[in-house]
Ligand binder design. Structure first.
Ligand SMILES: [Zn+2]
Length: 189
């Protein structure tokens, strides 16, 4: 079973936003998080052109994006399914997500779940909440979470076919592989 490609993409973007905005540890280094115009610019670069333009035209998009990132983070940190469901239900309600079919970005008609918030940022937030909820509906919570690598707290979404992702990035996966290898060779000495 696979999610519609739009939902897969939006769920991935939710993790990207959380990781750009929020401070913490990224791949073994401390990360201070982006704010205001820097956040708006960096996140806009991840979007299809029409949505990028809409986002860049929201004056205080950076502050709004930051608040969405803060609201999304508990979904990735949820210790169990009940906590994840509660967080996602709260988000869908908060951003007033509602389904409708559109044929934008040169794609055949597909479902969007834009929130009915004040600006395009809250509209996107509705999409993020529903796309993560759909992921949970299909796979439970094992398809999103916090990177399992040491010294990293970045969010990840796993839309791979076999769903075996544990790390936020190839870099973290490689780092942990190396750490395991070292631990093994120390034991064998
Ligand atoms: Zn990581």
């Amino acid at each position: 079973m696979q999610l519609a490609s739009n939902s897969q993409r939006q769920a991935g973007l939710a993790a990207v936003l959380v990781n750009l905005a929020l401070e913490g540890r990224a791949g073994g280094r401390s990360y201070s998080g982006l704010r205001e115009r820097a956040l708006r610019q960096a996140f806009a670069e991840q979007l299809h052109a029409p949505m990028r333009q809409r986002l860049l035209s929201v004056d205080d998009a950076g502050a709004r994006l930051y608040s969405v990132a803060v609201a999304l983070r508990p979904v990735f940190e949820a210790p169990d399914e009940a906590a994840a469901a509660k967080a996602l239900n709260n988000l869908m309600r908060r951003y007033g997500a509602r389904p409708y079919l559109v044929d934008d970005v040169g794609q055949p008609f597909h479902l969007h779940f834009h929130g009915d918030g004040e600006t395009d940022v809250e509209a996107l937030a509705g999409e993020f909440a529903v796309s993560l909820a759909l992921l949970m509906d299909t796979f439970g919570t094992r398809r999103f979470g916090i990177c399992h690598a040491k010294e990293c707290d970045r969010a990840y979404v796993d839309v791979t076919r076999n769903g075996s992702k544990l790390y936020c990035s190839e870099a973290c996966a490689a780092r942990m592989k190396m750490a395991e290898y070292r631990a093994r060779s120390n034991r064998n000495r």
